[in-house]
Structures are given as structure tokens and as C-alpha cells.
Design a protein around this ligand. Structure first.
Ligand code: HEM
Length: 472
């Protein structure tokens, strides 16, 4: 491993020597279908450190190393770092958004009304959530086996309690292009920012486009702490000391309930209103205009009138677009989920370096699909567990959520126009769909509800050891 005592941030050339020190699911996804997110409270700092010392052996250890067919990783809330005895100096060096936590930032990111923290599950966002351990396994039984091992270790040391558990199961998408199918029926994820130096394959459209049209990966410091970022060598300068932040990252956990029946019903209403017809083609067209991709994953920017499964199946093409030549949103609406969450080359009203607001998404579905064709809710809890990875919660997750999702001004829309998927609907909500016969949707339903969330610091392995040994 590279120079842990360096005070100056590392470069992308150093990343490959550090990959083993970065927790799994950060630089590359863990491709195991079953997930469990265990939220913990540390009731006794010393005993919790003893438990963590045992857990340390399991973090990043793959099945061949410990034979249990599961991976486990761990992130801490600010309260958790306090509870395991991090020094005041290091605690204060964390950025404010992380220190106060997601609950306190609810007003900032639009978690109000039905999304407000008082409705959240399991005490999420509260002072008793100190850490999240996340498991990935191949089977349902593997998940229970892994949990039993963790529980046994808790019983052995004491000092740790389970406060909330959220399971996930990645759902396959029918087009089988290798990405997963989220509950509204779209292939996801497709577009992920690649990291320079990570030696992972990436495709046109994933990173940043240079003047010569070539796409490049982003500097590692946008996602991993202790590295140069898109502005320069300085990178994100906290937390302190350098060894604590090196190879760490921030993970934003969000449990988002999806009202699939409402979404399906609305496609017919909206198709009639926009195009005067609610036949299958127009319902699909509305879905595509709302999301910015057809359910297959084919981008609307490349195929605005109809789905093109050949594009969806081609990794060289399915993310290779910039919205160039579509400043009005005639092909892909300016307010669609995809265009808001990464506007690419769209001219924005306020000068914004889009590449500074990218998120690695490791989200997975929870709950079963609503059966095909069903238009009434069956009362089953289902949705998406978002796991966003970034170096700076305020500049990345919070900015995207607040500036790009919860308003329209940044891209030349009405200031009150919100993301049709991730915004708050209801009376007065709207979405512009240029080119349609009646180019506005009004009073959209709210399709998702925030059920809880946490801001987590996910240390590198050396830093985790240092936290356990009270080095910082
Ligand atoms: C339940 C809620 C959500 C659903 C169903 C959803 C669904 C999707 C789908 C289907 C895609 C297209 C696949 C792809 O390009 O990878 C996508 C892309 C994306 N979403 Fe979401 N999403 C949700 C919430 C969010 C939230 C809360 C954020 C951030 C605050 C977000 C940020 C993004 C980003 C950054 C992209 C990639 C855009 C690009 O690079 O072109 N999403 N989402």
C-alpha cells in the first residue's frame, strides 16, 4: 500500500495500490443479489470496539477467504464515531452536513411533508443510529447465516445493539442487459461515473467528455477521500488527520418507497393529456419522457419517438449522449429524471461544473415487484434503497437533491417544477413536455416517499483499524 503518512493527497496513479484498502461496493459494485442493511447502536464504546475488532476480519473478506458466502462492510454516523471514542479534534474536522446528519438537513434537501424525518422508520436519522453494516450474499439463507454470525459476535462482546434492518434484493430486468430492473419497470443502473486509476472498464457517456469528444474517467477524489479531484491535488481536505480520510468515502443511505400502482395509473392519465391517446405506445412514451430513458434503458435523447432495444443492448451507445442540440427539451424534457440528475452538456442558468456533482449509485430494490398489469396498490412495502457514494455530501448528494431535483430554475424551467420521480407532486406540481399536443402535465402524484436515511462515513481499512485502536 502507498505511503499512508503522506500529508498530500494521492493521485489516480496511486489508486490501484490502494484498492484493497477501500471498502467493497465503493469503487466497484458487489454483484451479489441479496442485501441486508443492519443499523446499530453502540451502547458501550470499549465493548463496541471489541466487536469491531472481530468484524474487522470480515470487512472486504470474500467468501473464499472465510467460507461463509457473504461480504460485510461498515459505515459510521457522526454519533457512532463519537460513541467509539474518536477524538474531539477529528470529530470537529468532519464537514458540517455529516456532523449534523440527514435528519437535521431535511429542510435543505426537501424532506418535508410526507418525507419528513418524523415519519421515518426504525429511528433512522436519530441519535441512536451509530453505524450501518451491510451484507451482500447470493441467497436468502446466506443472509440469515451471515446475520447469525454477526449476532453471535455481538453476544460475545456486548456493547452493540441492532436497531433496524432493511433487506434488499436486486430485481432482474426483463431485457437482461446486465442492469437491474427497478420497480417502475426501468433498467437501472446504467450510467455510473468511472474513476480514473480504478482500472475498471467504462463506456462512452459514463464520465466527462473532452473537447475532442473522447470520454474520460473522473479523478478519484470526487468519490474517494485522500486523492486529487476534478479541481486539483488538494481534494477534499477533511476529516483530519490524513490517515483517517485516506481511502474513505461518504455513503448516503435513503429508503425510498415507490407507489408503483399510482405510477402505472398516471401513465394513462398523462398520455391522454399530452397526446390525446392512452394506448400502450403513448403510455410508454410518457414513461420515457418522465424518466429520460425508455424502460429498456434506451435514452430518449438518442431515440425520442420510440424505444430502440438495439441501443439499450449496446454498452457503446446506451449512455453515449450529451443532450447537445436539444436545448428546448424537444427530444428529452429538461425536467426528466435523467436530465436533471446529470444534465451533461445542457446549458444551465447558473454556471455549474456538472462533473463536480456526480454520484456513484449502488442502490438496490427492496420488496417484490407489483404483479404486471396491477393498477391498485397491494399494500406491500417496496421501493429503492439508494446508496450514494461521494467525497462531499453537500456538493454531491445534497446539491443534486436540492438544486437539480427540487426546483426548475437551474435549467430554465419554472422554479416550482420538480423532478417527476423524486419530487413532491400534488396540487400545483407540473412538468413541461415540449413537443406534446398539450405540453404540460399538472398535479402529478407523488410517486416516492422517503422512509428514512443516514449520512455514513465509510473508512478505508487502515483508518477503520485506527478508529478501533483509538489512534485518531
Ligand atoms: C425511487 C427513486 C428513484 C428511481 C426509481 C430512480 C430511477 C432511475 C433510473 C431508472 C435511472 C436511469 C438509469 C441510469 O441511467 O443509470 C436513474 C438515473 C439516475 N438517477 Fe435515479 N432514481 C431514483 C432516485 C434518485 C435520487 C434520489 C437521485 C439523487 C438525488 C438519483 C440520481 C440519479 C442519477 C445521478 C442518475 C444517472 C443520470 C445520468 O448519469 O445520466 N435518482 N434513476
Amino acid at each position: 500500500m502507498q505511503a499512508l503518512t503522506h500529508e498530500q493527497n494521492l493521485t489516480s496513479a496511486d489508486l490501484k495500490d490502494n484498492i484493497q484498502d477501500i471498502q467493497d461496493n465503493v469503487v466497484a459494485p458487489i454483484l451479489m443479489r441479496y442485501g441486508r442493511h443492519i443499523f446499530l447502536k453502540f451502547t458501550d464504546g470499549e465493548k463496541a470496539r471489541a466487536w469491531l475488532r472481530n468484524m474487522f476480519e470480515r470487512v472486504n473478506a470474500r467468501q473464499e477467504e472465510h467460507g461463509t458466502r457473504f461480504t460485510v462492510n461498515i459505515g459510521f454516523t457522526y454519533e457512532g464515531l463519537k460513541a467509539v471514542g474518536l477524538s474531539q479534534q477529528s470529530l470537529y474536522s468532519f464537514p458540517r452536513a455529516f456532523r449534523v446528519g440527514m435528519r437535521e438537513r431535511a429542510g435543505e434537501v426537501g424532506d418535508t411533508g410526507a418525507h419528513a424525518p418524523e415519519h421515518w422508520e426504525g429511528g433512522l436519522g436519530g441519535p441512536d443510529i451509530h453505524a450501518m453494516a451491510w451484507l451482500r450474499t447470493d441467497t436468502d439463507e446466506g443472509r440469515d447465516l451471515a446475520t447469525d454470525i454477526i449476532r453471535d459476535e455481538m453476544r460475545a462482546t456486548g456493547g452493540v445493539e441492532i436497531r433496524f434492518i432493511q433487506d434488499t434484493k436486486a430485481l432482474a430486468h426483463e431485457n437482461g442487459i446486465g442492469s437491474e430492473g427497478e420497480h417502475f419497470g426501468f433498467a437501472d443502473p446504467i450510467s455510473q461515473p468511472p474513476i480514473e486509476g480504478a482500472a475498471a472498464p467504462f463506456y462512452p457517456g459514463d464520465g466527462v467528455q473532452e473537447a475532442d469528444g473522447i470520454w474520460r474517467a473522473l479523478k478519484p477524489g470526487e468519490f474517494v477521500l485522500g486523492y486529487e479531484d476534478e479541481v486539483g491535488r488538494e481534494g477534499t481536505p477533511s476529516p483530519e488527520p490524513f490517515e483517517l480520510r485516506l481511502n474513505g468515502t461518504y455513503m448516503v443511505f435513503r429508503k425510498l418507497y415507490q407507489d408503483v400502482a399510482a405510477f402505472r395509473r398516471y401513465l394513462a392519465t398523462a398520455a391522454k393529456s399530452l397526446y390525446g391517446s392512452d394506448d400502450q405506445h403513448h403510455r410508454d412514451l410518457v414513461a420515457a419522457k418522465i424518466m429520460g430513458r425508455w424502460p429498456s434503458g434506451c435514452p430518449v435523447d438518442l431515440s425520442p419517438e420510440r424505444d430502440d432495444p438495439a441501443i439499450a443492448a449496446d454498452p457503446e451507445r446506451r449512455n453515449n449522449f450529451t443532450y447537445a442540440g436539444d436545448d428546448q427539451g424537444l427530444r428529452c424534457p429538461l425536467g426528466s429524471h435523467l436530465r436533471r440528475s446529470n444534465p451533461r452538456a445542457t446549458p444551465l442558468k447558473r454556471a455549474t461544473a456538472v462533473r463536480r456533482h456526480r454520484l456513484i449509485r449502488r442502490g438496490i430494490e427492496y420488496g417484490p415487484h407489483l404483479p404486471d398489469g396491477m393498477l391498485e396498490d397491494d399494500g406491500v412495502d417496496r421501493g429503492l434503497v439508494n446508496l450514494f457514494i461521494q467525497a462531499d455530501i453537500e456538493r454531491q448528494f445534497e446539491f443534486v437533491q436540492k438544486e437539480w431535483m427540487k426546483g426548475g430554475e437551474f435549467i430554465g424551467l419554472d422554479p416550482n417544477e420538480q423532478d417527476p420521480i423524486n419530487g413532491v407532486g400534488g396540487e400545483g406540481s407540473q412538468m413541461s413536455v415540449p413537443g406534446a399536443r398539450r405540453p404540460f402535465l399538472f398535479d402529478l402524484p407523488t410517486f416516492i416517499t422517503v422512509k428514512g436515511g443516514e449520512y455514513l462515513f465509510v473508512p478505508g481499512l487502515n483508518a477503520l483499524k485506527g478508529i478501533i485502536e483509538q489512534k485518531f
